[in-house]
Design a protein around this ligand. Structure first.
Ligand code: ADP
Ligand code: MG
Length: 685
């Protein structure tokens, strides 16, 4: 079988499909052999038997043992997809959905999007009536429940990566438990990389039909637990002697010394996000240029969500002979994805985590220490192919005494606005009494209800309002953006707001500066609008369209071409959704005041006022008088208008507002009188 060539659409550049090239030279039977070598293969019969006889099966197995790629195939082979039924496998991360779906399609020798498909938000590569095995994010499966509350087309739903305890996974588990009561024929598989199976098992046990056991036909209701014994190799763990001041620098020098001193084998480095990963890639590449002898033979690749397809494929492709691959990743490589050939792991000890404070109602992504469980998972990645080594950039004392045993479920550290609206839309009224795998804090719940009430989405009885509440729930975006889109209808600027919403849905439309910060800033200034980032995005979008969607134009203007292509796709989908909701597509031409008013209608809760006598542009949120600053990436950084609204916060040394727009404070009272009337607020004065 020849390696398949993928056409990179525009550029005319040809890439080897990574997974295809990894099996180049092997025939079909070799894929079969590879499959049989995976630890999970020995359990094939046991798994199929348990799924047949139990409503819920919990499967625990080391990362790389074959849970995600094999179990859905076993189920299909055993007939669970016969008669037009579909086998679903959920993942918390989109990138993982795409990667495992294409791997499975390849193993089955089918074209992705046919028998094996995937769906992530704004991208559906599956075909009704054709797709038998479908990978999707847990968030998308939740959305599917709005049209089909009992998820009737699925015969088996495998909730994968359950140990991550993502917000959507936990909501999904709560709802699936309800669905099972109505659909005894539905089978659930909960798979996880760590032994938190006990609590999952207890969660699914509570509905035991006392005394009725055996009297009814059908599967047993108590969950089965199966543990897949892996065959990981020994990993030697090295801790650092003294705490390091800068984990980025430390990671780079650790990679260089591994390369100098250790035998061949690929390196996986865990950092936290796009920014520090790009910085590390750049430092290593610079090292290669300036000081060739330490770093010749290194192939340095980033791995984070939001990478282009071609960059993803490079990560999975086999290391060229005589070279050493260095993959610098977020925690996506911790358990979601398996990279072959890793022998060395460098663990910074940090990841980006969501934290929410219900008192201040502020949620942000923070670089925070990982748990012991994560640290062990990361180390385990070094022992896939042969004994490996893990270099932790923290002390042993820190690991033992400071790191918490497990991470807190996301449910307990998130803003619950989206969660509440989804449950409401599914007709779950008693949200406080909902059966959660981990209970959220009542404060966070009350905050969410309050915000939804002030958005006009919930009424006095905490029911969805009609039509606004139902419409907001229908749009697969944060309720604040959805409300902005709906408000743009009356304000006559729906075309502009849909563009803004599409751009805010991608990570960033600017390319990272890569050492040319001044040029990037200058490029930004060419588009900068005095009103703020949202309006600036409109000029970028206009320029991109006028250039004929040119990649050269993007390159010249420091704009991420792949992100812009994504924006065009998302925008198209949002237009369709808007039309379905009866929104009239209309442009306000040059009138940016209505655009700002529409943003205010959705994001009034994020309003801030510049502190009159502050040095250095300190703002306070009107809601909770929190100290916040405009992020340096904003076009309003240093401009500091008196009244602004932000889209999101990131916290480093300070709380920084990203995507900021200036407003007139009188609009706040118009947009949300009940919200601002109760507050002791400076608008009145
Ligand atoms: P688990 O879900 O238990 O962590 P997976 O099913 O994801 O395991 O992976 C099983 C094995 O399949 C991996 O160890 C690897 O050998 C292979 N594999 C998975 N994805 C790919 C890919 N994209 N390219 C090449 N091999 C892969
Ligand atoms: Mg997996």
């Amino acid at each position: 079988e020849k390696p398949r060539l993928l056409d990179d659409e525009e550029g005319g550049v040809l890439f080897y499909s990574a997974s295809a090239s990894s099996s180049s030279g092997f025939g079909y039977s070799n894929i079969e052999k590879q499959r049989q070598r995976l630890p999970v293969y020995k359990y094939r019969t046991a798994i199929l038997y348990l799924v047949e006889t139990h409503a819920t099966t919990i499967i625990v197995g080391e990362t790389g043992s074959g849970k995600t790629t094999q179990i859905p195939q076993y189920l299909k082979e055993a007939g669970w997809a016969d008669g037009g039924r579909v086998i679903a496998c959920t993942q918390p991360r989109r990138l993982a959905v795409q990667a495992v779906a294409s791997r499975v399609a390849e193993e089955m020798g089918v074209k992705l999007g046919e028998e094996v498909g995937y769906t992530i938000r704004f991208e559906d590569l599956s075909k009704t009536g054709v797709t038998m095995v479908k990978f999707l994010t847990d968030g998308v499966l939740l959305r599917e429940m709005m049209d089909d509350p009992l998820l009737t087309k699925y015969s088996v739903i495998m909730v994968d990566e359950a140990h991550e305890r993502s917000l959507s996974t936990d909501i999904l588990l709560g709802l699936l438990k309800k669905i099972q009561r109505r659909r005894p024929e539905l089978r659930l598989i909960i798979s996880s990389a760590t032994i938190e199976a006990k609590s999952m098992s207890t969660f699914f046990q509570t509905r035991k039909r006392r005394g009725l056991e055996g009297e009814e036909s059908g599967p047993r209701t108590d969950p089965a637990i199966l543990s897949v014994e892996g065959r990981g190799f020994n990993v030697q763990i090295h801790h650092i002697e003294e705490p390091v001041p800068d984990y980025l620098q430390a990671a780079v020098s650790t990679v260089l010394s591994i390369h100098e001193q250790e035998p061949m084998g690929d390196i996986l480095v865990f950092l936290t996000g796009e920014n520090d990963i790009d910085a590390a890639v750049q430092l290593l590449n610079e090292e290669a240029q300036n000081n060739g002898k330490h770093s010749s033979g290194l192939v340095v690749l980033p791995l984070y969500s939001g990478l282009s397809r071609a960059d993803q494929d490079l990560v999975f492709s086999p290391t060229p002979r005589g070279k050493r691959k260095v993959v610098i990743s977020t925690n996506i490589a911790e358990t979601s994805l398996t990279l072959e050939g890793i022998v060395y792991v460098v663990d910074s000890g940090f990841s980006k985590q969501r934290f929410y404070n219900p008192i201040s109602d502020i949620e942000n992504l923070v670089v925070a220490p990982i748990s012991k469980a994560s640290a062990r998972q990361r180390a385990g990645r070094a022992g896939r192919v042969r004994p490996g080594k893990c270099y932790r950039l923290y002390t042993e004392e820190y690991f033992v005494n400071e790191m918490s045993a497990h991470a807190i479920p996301e449910m307990q550290r998130s803003n619950l606005v989206s969660c509440v609206i989804q449950l409401k839309a599914l007709g779950i009224d008693n949200i406080l009494g909902f059966d959660w795998p981990a209970s959220p804090s009542p404060e966070a719940m009350i905050r969410a209800l309050e915000v939804l009430y002030s958005l006009g989405v919930l009424d006095d009885d905490a029911k969805l309002t009609s039509p606004l509440g139902f419409q907001v729930a229908e749009i697969p975006l944060d309720p604040m953006i959805s409300k902005t889109i709906l408000s743009s209808n009356q304000l006559g600027c729906s075309e502009e707001i849909i563009t803004i919403a599409a751009i805010l849905s991608v990570q960033s439309i600017w390319v990272s500066a890569r050492g040319a910060q001044r040029e990037l800033d200058e490029a930004k200034m060419r588009f900068a609008a005095a009103e703020g980032d949202h309006v600036t995005y409109l000029s970028v979008y206009k320029g991109f369209i006028q250039s004929g969607k040119s990649s050269q134009w993007c390159y010249k203007n420091f704009i991420n071409y792949h992100a812009m292509k994504k924006v065009i796709e998302i925008r198209e989908q949002l237009r369709r959704i808007a039309q379905r909701l009866g929104i009239v597509l209309k442009s306000c031409e040059r009138d940016m005041e209505v655009v700002r008013k529409a943003v205010t209608a959705g994001f009034f809760a994020n309003a801030c006022c510049l502190e009159a006598h502050s040095q250095g542009g300190m703002y306070k949120t009107i809601r909770s008088a929190q100290e916040v600053y405009i992020h340096p990436s904003s076009v309003l950084f240093r401009v500091n208008p008196k009244w602004i609204i932000y889209n999101s916060l990131v916290s480093t040394d300070r709380q920084y507002m990203r995507n900021v727009i200036s407003i007139d404070p009188s609009w706040l009272m118009e947009a949300a009188p009940h919200f601002y009337r109760q507050q002791r607020n400076p608008i009145a004065s």
